[in-house]
Write a protein that binds this ligand. Structure first.
Ligand code: GDP
Ligand code: IMO
Ligand code: MG
Length: 422
């Protein structure tokens, strides 16, 4: 196996960073292909926590080259701050970090627009406020700045002017917010471009060459399939292709395939922001899971909504991303609970559905919950209790692919492999 994609199989925060970091040990390249600093990927090494937003989670492995590919929306200032933090722990040279010259730049205007809309619009999404949606809008409207433009003053000024033609009106007339002048923003971006220059690369050609020479490539997804712009619970989604398909448009592969598509799934469900969540628990058990699981967003610090494992949603994510196996994380959080349930189906307008395909009105879904036997397993135990084995089998039977990894804690070592990867 030479290529593997890590894909969030729920609404994000499944533990993608931790699994990427772990598999990074055996990987040559770790590639981010979509999203931006809306992501918050936590890695804990020797009790020290590091949260990565734009840097791929292979960055802590000296054997890995980290690649930010063209499908990413890139925030240069936040990136340099993040890099400085990581460099206080491990050396990162341009040989070990490549940023696509074609990645889309997130500007101050995108962040202001994101915040203004969330504050005023009747269509509040509960975004991370990082300017992700507005940056992807400019990309789709063919007026975005690309990373290479940060190295060319003339191109930068020209493109910023174009990208501001309609936004000027929005800022002034619709949202009444102050924004920096185009000249100010251009100078800020050019100064950032100077610092980024050594890392800026044609990552498509670089990846193509490395993959052809037999290097092992891990594609690290951000967010999760249920937040995908096409497959997700629209309109409560992010603005990129978070499913495995995003690898092909956001980074590229040499042989047109990704050998293993590993879905990361929590043993329960969480969601941050607005939007339907059929298995949300609104009583004390939800609060208990939230506390034990420390369910606070790694990017915004917001409380994550907690719910039982949603099998119809997971089944859909497996299909929508052609997942080949699953990593089940945070099993320790459910361990010891007195009551345990899973959602096997939804009832919507008198009909029962066991897969959350698009078009289903999840706002109207009543979960069909099945009570399962609680388990109390520890990472250190020699073998799993029959109750945990049943829980895992229930998932495998429902979705039709194996659970290859079981995680029992945030640390690198708190994990069991039931299958080998890379
Ligand atoms: P990501 O966005 O998918 O990388 O996930 P986040 O980092 O946003 O959220 C996952 C959280 O769960 C982080 O705080 C991790 O340290 C933590 N975590 C990951 N795996 C496990 C696990 O198996 N058990 C526990 N208790 N925590 C975990
Ligand atoms: P990782 O990679 C969880 C959610 C936001 C909001 C919606 C749109 O850490 O799993 P955006 O700022 O992208 O326009 O917000 O998507 N969201 C995430 N939720 N984990 C993430 O990333 C997320 N990135 C965005 O809360 O509901
Ligand atoms: Mg996260």
């Amino acid at each position: 196996m030479n290529s593997l994609a890590i894909i969030g199989a729920q609404w994000g925060d499944e533990g993608k960073g931790k699994i990427t970091d772990l598999l990074g040990e055996k990987t040559d390249l770790v590639v981010r292909f979509q999203g931006g600093n809306n992501a918050g990927h936590t890695i804990i090494v020797d009790e020290e926590k590091i949260v990565l937003h734009q840097l791929p989670s292979g960055i802590l492995r000296e054997n890995c080259v980290s690649v930010i590919a063209h499908g990413v929306v890139f925030e240069p200032e936040a990136f340099l701050e993040e890099l400085a933090k990581v460099e206080s722990k491990i050396k990162v040279s341009p040989e070990r970090l490549k940023i696509s010259l074609n990645a889309t730049v997130i500007t101050t205007y995108h962040k202001i627009l994101d915040a203004a809309r969330e504050g005023k619009s009747s269509n509040k999404i509960g975004t991370t406020g990082k300017g992700i949606g507005p940056a992807y809008e400019d990309k789709a409207a063919r007026r975005a700045l690309k990373v290479k433009d940060l190295l060319n003053k003339e191109a930068l000024l020209k493109k910023l002017k174009i990208s501001m033609e309609e936004k000027g009106h929005l800022f002034k007339e619709v949202y009444s917010v102050e924004v920096p002048s185009i000249e100010e923003e251009a100078l800020r971006l050019l100064a950032l471009g100077d610092k980024l220059a050594p890392y800026i690369t044609d990552t498509f050609s670089y990846l193509d060459k490395e993959a052809r020479s037999g290097k092992k490539v891990l594609f690290e997804g951000a967010q999760g399939v249920l937040l995908d712009i096409d497959y997700g619970s629209y309109p409560y989604v992010t603005s990129s292709s978070t499913s495995a398909a995003g690898v092909f448009t956001g980074a590229g592969t040499t042989n047109g395939q990704v050998d293993e598509r590993l879905g990361i799934v929590k043993a329960y469900t969480t969601r941050v922001g607005e939007g339907p969540m059929p298995t949300e628990i609104t009583d004390a058990i939800g609060v208990e899971i939230q506390k034990i699981g420390n369910e606070f967003g790694a990017t915004t610090g917001r409380k994550r909504r907690c719910g039982w494992l949603d099998l119809p949603a997971l089944k859909y994510a497996v299909k929508a991303s052609s997942l080949t196996s699953l990593a089940l994380t945070k099993v320790d959080v459910l361990s010891g609970l007195k009551t345990l349930k899973v959602c096997e189906a939804y009832e919507i307008n008198g009909k029962t559905y066991d897969c959350a395909f698009p078009g289903l009105d999840l706002e109207e879904a009543t979960p069909v919950l099945k009570e399962v036997k609680p388990f109390n397993d520890k990472f250190e135990s020699e073998s799993y209790t029959s109750e945990l084995q049943e829980y895992i089998k229930l998932i495998e039977d429902a979705v039709g692919i194996p659970v290859g990894i079981v995680a029992f804690g945030p640390e690198r070592k708190q994990i069991h492999f039931r299958k080998s990867y890379l």
